[in-house]
Write a protein that binds this ligand. Structure first.
Ligand SMILES: Nc1nc2c(c(=O)[nH]1)N[C@@H](CN(C=O)c1ccc(C(=O)N[C@@H](CCC(=O)O)C(=O)O)cc1)CN2
Length: 289
């Protein structure tokens, strides 16, 4: 292994330590941030992610509000929970854990959320704000990736970045985050319709692999010294995570974000950042009348 590790666990721990102090400052002003989660069904991965989010909340002092529905829940039952959280004053921000079960109209659920309580940055209003350059909550995995690169001094400005994938949580919003003036990267988005994926990958300074295809990115696809972030999650027959990046890539790349231990912990840390920032904005609004 020649590549250096983009250590998501250590970076997330540093972010959480900073947030603990900020939550304490909010509480001293009588403001208690509270994260709500809506979990529908019994997918073990989703249950594990949601449990992790509440463990993180306890660690930094954010209150937890958990809502769980069976896999058989109807669109109306899920929407009723969303309406309740919109009205609940103890819930200052919340997320609907994705994916929702088949047959549920995810966009309708997300659109029903109060945009002021969007902790995930995935509400259409938040994504629209990102497009027009207005401040708002940023999608957790894309911004977690930016923070991970910054923390390790990997140059983003001017870099050629190739994003593989176009899902709602990572691939679609990732180029929006990276092409902001503050990041100033040049981004190519690849997907299943891309003709010569290897040709794109070989010119990349940074590769963000979020396709969900095991070992899609091979050592021969990677420019020596590039940073390669593995965000793909597939499972082998024992339930172990298999990422999008072949282990041999570590012999060629300059940096790798492993999976697990790379981007995942950053997704969780960024969620907490969004909750705390929203509470701080609310506190400022109260202070300035
Ligand atoms: N509403 C949302 N749903 C989903 C999102 C999201 O950002 N918002 N992203 C993913 C799942 N996810 C967060 O919800 C998530 C994924 C992975 C991790 C993580 O810490 N992973 C660990 C390994 C975990 C394991 O062993 O299974 C790691 O990478 O080290 C946290 C959160 C889809 N849904």
């Amino acid at each position: 292994m020649t590549a250096q590790i983009l250590d998501g666990k250590a970076t997330a721990a540093a972010i959480k330590s900073d947030l603990t102090a900020r939550v304490a400052a909010l509480k001293s002003k009588g403001i208690v941030p509270g994260l709500g989660t809506v979990l529908v069904g019994d997918d073990p991965g989703s249950k594990w992610y949601v449990a992790g989010k509440h463990r993180d909340c306890a660690q930094v002092g954010i209150a937890s509000i958990q809502r769980e529905l069976p896999a058989t829940a109807s669109q109306e039952e899920i929407e009723a929970v969303v309406r309740e959280l919109n009205e609940n004053p103890e819930c200052t921000g919340y997320i609907v854990q994705l994916p929702l079960p088949k047959g549920i109209d995810t966009n309708r659920v997300l659109e029903l959320m109060d945009p002021a309580k969007d902790a995930d940055g995935l509400h259409p209003m938040s994504l629209g704000r990102l497009v027009i350059g207005e401040p708002g909550p940023l999608p957790c995995t894309p911004y977690g990736i930016v923070q991970l690169l910054r923390h390790h001094d990997v140059e983003i400005k001017g870099a050629n970045v190739v994003v593989v994938g176009r899902g709602i949580t990572i691939g679609r919003p990732m180029p929006l985050v990276l092409t902001r003036k503050s990041e100033n990267a040049t981004v190519t988005q690849c997907h299943t319709g891309t003709r010569d994926l290897s040709a794109h990958l070989r010119q990349a300074d940074i590769i963000i692999a979020a396709a969900g295809v095991p070992h899609l990115i091979k050592p021969e696809d990677v420019k020596p010294g590039a940073a390669v972030l593995d965000v793909g999650v597939s499972r082998d027959e024992d339930g172990k995570i298999v990422g999008d990046v072949h282990p041999g890539v570590a012999e060629v790349a300059g940096w790798v974000a492993p999976n697990p231990g790379g981007v995942g912990p950053m997704t969780r840390a960024q969620l907490l950042v969004n909750v705390v920032e929203a509470a701080e904005r609310a506190a400022d609004d109260v202070a300035t009348g």
